[in-house]
Structure formats: C-alpha cells, structure tokens
Design a protein around this ligand. Structure first.
Ligand code: IPE
Ligand code: IPE
Ligand code: MG
Length: 242
C-alpha cells in the first residue's frame, strides 16, 4: 500500500455541481439561451440517476444564484418555469424512488405559488432515505451566511463568542454533510457564491464540458480525480510526521 494516510479521499458522499454553460451550449447551435436551459434539465434528470447509481448520497445542484437576478427578465422567467416544471413532473418518480429533496436558498422574492411548491416538495419527500437531492435555487453563499447569523442572533446566540460549528444548524444545509467534491462545468474556474461556508475543505474539479453535454463518464472522471487527491484538512500526512 502507498504511503497512504487517514485523509486519503475515499468516495465522495456529497457531490455539489455548479451547472454552467447552458447559454454557450445553445449559442453554439444558434439557438436561444433558454434552449440550453431546457437541455440542462435533461442533464439534471440523468445525473440524479447516475449519481445515485454510483453511490453518491447527496447531490447538490446550483440552479439559480442570487446574482442571476441581474439577467434579462425573460431568461429569469424561463429558469423559474423550468424549475417548477422539473419539480412538478418528477416529484412522483423521485418520491417513489425514495429521494429526499431539499431546496436551499432564500425564499425572499419568490412568489407564493413557488413557495408553496417548495414546501410541498420538501414535505412530501421528508421521510425518504435512499438519496438526497438538494437544489440551490435563489441561493447565494453570502446571503445564506447572513441569514444564518441573523437566525442565530434571534435565537439568543452571541456571535462574538460563538464557535463556527454553532452556526451550522442555522445554514440552509443544516442537516447535510459538507460537500466533499465540487464540480464546475463549462471551463470557468470560480465559485460564484456557491456553498462558501460548506466548501471550506471541499475538493474542486473543473471541466470544460458544458452542462448539457455532461455525462455519467464525466461524473465518474471527476470522482476518480477526487479519489487521487490527498485531503489534509490543515494537518500533515502520516508519512510527513517525523
Ligand atoms: C448555467 O448556464 C445556468 C445558470 C446560471 C442559471 P448559464 O446560463 O450561466 O450559461 P453560460 O455560462 O452563459 O454559458
Ligand atoms: C453560477 O453560474 C450560477 C449557477 C450555475 C446557477 P453563473 O453563470 O451565474 O456564474 P458567473 O456569472 O459566470 O460567475
Ligand atoms: Mg454561466
């Protein structure tokens, strides 16, 4: 066995994906950006199944950021409709497959019918245990941290004496493990306000593949990349300890 250590990355139980490149995928085909988003939903369907097949327990997908509100109104409306349609169309199947769905992000600025849908989806799947699908929608890491701090203060916590672990229960991801692996498609190499707090020690894999083209083999390749990483969490390898 190699000079391995306790931190050698094993299997990523929580994979988070910044699904990027829908617009460029469509533009390359001289189609409107929304066409790329529609194709992106097909990838979501496939990758949810693939991730579950591979043994991933948590899949977190970044589908609309707090900064995406700056996009044209028509594109925002299309993204909202696609989320609604995906959830409405797939809820029964996901529920039958024992998938628990959580929607991360702020509820602020969402219309009552969407809030109601989110509530219904989360409640319907609350008892499911086979796989966890977390959709980051109207999500921003900075916004989440501020909301968490505000909730902690409202709960009587004193921020000046709090340990960082005490903030965890107030995050949108309160009952989730931290992501082991964050994948970003489309060649961009930035975090774009995704899981800022939770990804403190995540491994990152960046791929040039555009989200609509992302396949099971790309997920597998990211996972095997992850498995060759040496996660140290600030510590030393066993082999480095004198
Ligand atoms: C990702 O694709 C989907 C969202 C951000 C909502 P983009 O729409 O960002 O596609 P590109 O980056 O313009 O190609
Ligand atoms: C990040 O992609 C947000 C989502 C995938 C939902 P963006 O396309 O919005 O990110 P930037 O603007 O390129 O950083
Ligand atoms: Mg983008």
């Amino acid at each position: 066995m190699a000079a391995s250590n306790a931190y050698q990355a094993s299997f990523p139980l929580h994979v988070a994906i910044i699904m990027d490149g829908n617009g460029r995928w469509a533009q390359a085909r001289h189609r409107p950006r929304v066409f790329g988003h529609q194709e992106g939903v097909k990838t979501v369907r496939r990758i949810v199944e693939d991730a579950a097949d591979l043994g991933v327990q948590h899949l977190t997908l970044y589908s609309f950021s707090t900064e995406n509100w700056t996009r044209p109104k028509a594109e925002i409306a299309a993204l909202f409709n696609l989320l609604k349609k995906y959830v409405e169309d797939d809820l029964d199947t996901l529920n039958r497959n024992n998938v628990r769905i959580r929607i991360l992000g702020s509820r602020e600025g969402l219309k009552p019918d969407l809030r109601e849908l989110i509530r219904r989806v989360e409640m319907t799947t609350e008892g499911n245990t086979e796989f966890n699908l977390n959709i980051a929608f109207n999500y921003g890491g900075r916004d989440e941290i501020l909301r968490a701090a505000a909730k902690a203060v409202a709960d009587g916590k004193d921020l000046s004496s709090m340990k960082h672990t005490e903030l965890t229960p107030y995050l949108d991801t309160a009952d989730l493990p931290e992501p082991d692996l964050v994948i970003r498609t489309s060649g961009e190499k930035r975090i774009s306000n995704f899981l800022l707090w939770q990804a403190a020690y995540a491994e990152f894999v960046f791929t040039d593949v555009l989200w609509p083209d992302f396949k099971k083999e790309d997920l597998l390749s990211a996972i095997s990349d992850f498995q060759n990483r040496d996660r140290r969490f600030g510590n030393l390898n066993a082999s480095e300890v004198a």
